[in-house]
Design a protein around this ligand. Structure first.
Ligand SMILES: [Zn+2]
Length: 332
């Protein structure tokens, strides 16, 4: 723009301002805060497949110290503060993968759902958003052919049925490990921490609705073309990660291998309170993180910051979480 044009424009603006006597709006016209969040889904290509991450909503853990019982409290606070996170409360996400292979629509885990009434809100009102966010992403529950579970905990399998016990995914088979199926439907395991009772009741209700359409997950075998199960026991007896390969791209869905992107990556040997065998869980986590850092494959982590996509990079005695930018339309 030339100087002459600018002068002419400015002159015009001043003249208009004078004619219309512009006023600043008064404070009484301020809009109310909306407090709502946009629908949470994120889509990208993985080789020949289309992947959509859908959120089941945030899952607030509250005070972090009880959730990480093997962690020295001062060190825990220091790690959170260094990452600019509040030291007195930890919030997890629930990042659910919908994989379209072109032949099948596969859902990985189902969130907290609403099948267990008030217990479905044991982490507060923000969970249970899967179906609303799926529909916002253009996916209907009737379209799901296969639900693949990483494990049979509340925030992963309680979304299989409605409160009335009806199947939410009427056309789906459900893939789960035999070890988790047995463990979490056995009343004999109602001992130990108080949550065991309701965890078992929830798994029984949700898995029994699909009893005639269960598929057993086996270590090293495909549950669908290009989707290979990797046994990673510890968090639960039958916890599995899934390596998803299409074309020349690989992504590893790690489920609950690690619950916190700072605490359990910087300190993989720390224990987590909801682990069935926290010592084994720490060992398996350390081994898998080492492998992921070596292989440099992108990772989808269920509880990491939305949408849970990133890489694991070695850093000192632990690892850094390096998020994949949201503007990547394809991984790899
Ligand atoms: Zn979980």
């Amino acid at each position: 723009m030339t100087l002459l044009n600018r002068r002419a424009l400015l002159g015009g603006a001043i003249a208009m301002g004078g004619a219309l006597s512009l006023r600043v709006p008064d404070a009484g016209a301020a809009a109310p805060f909306r407090n709502s969040l946009p629908p949470a889904w994120h889509r990208f290509r993985l080789g020949e497949y289309e992947a959509t991450i859908v959120s089941d909503g945030r899952l607030p853990l509250g005070q972090p110290e009880p959730a990480f019982p093997a962690s020295p409290p001062a060190e825990l606070r220091g790690l959170l503060e260094a990452a600019f996170l509040p030291p007195d409360t930890a919030t997890l996400e629930q990042n659910i993968l919908v994989l379209n292979t072109g032949r099948q629509l596969i859902l990985f885990d189902t969130g907290m759902g609403e099948s267990m009434g008030a217990d479905s809100k044991m982490f507060g009102p923000t969970t249970g958003q899967l179906l609303a966010n799926m529909r916002a992403a253009g996916i209907e529950p009737e379209q799901i052919d296969l639900v693949v579970l990483t494990h049979a905990h509340n925030d992963h399998c309680w979304g299989l049925t409605t409160a009335a016990g009806q199947r939410v995914f009427p056309n789906a088979q459900v893939a789960v490990s035999e070890a988790d199926l047995k463990y979490w439907t056995d009343d004999g395991n109602k001992r130990g921490p108080a949550f065991m009772n309701v965890f078992i009741e929830g798994a029984k209700k949700n898995l029994s609705a699909y009893r005639d359409r269960l598929v057993m997950v086996r270590d090293g075998q495909e549950v669908a073309p290009g989707v290979v199960a990797i046994a990673t026991p510890g968090h639960t007896v039958g916890h599995h990660c899934y390596a998803i390969t299409s074309g020349n791209q690989v992504m590893v869905n790690t489920g609950d291998l690690a619950h916190h992107h700072i605490l359990l990556l910087k300190r993989p040997a720390w224990e987590f309170s909801y682990d069935t065998d926290s010592k084994l869980s720490a060992q398996i986590r350390s081994r898998m993180l080492d492998r992921l850092a070596t292989d440099r494959h992108p990772v989808l982590s269920y509880h990491f910051p939305w949408p849970g996509l990133g890489h694991v990079a070695r850093a000192g005695k632990g690892y850094d979480w390096v998020p994949v930018p949201m503007n990547m339309s394809s991984l790899g």
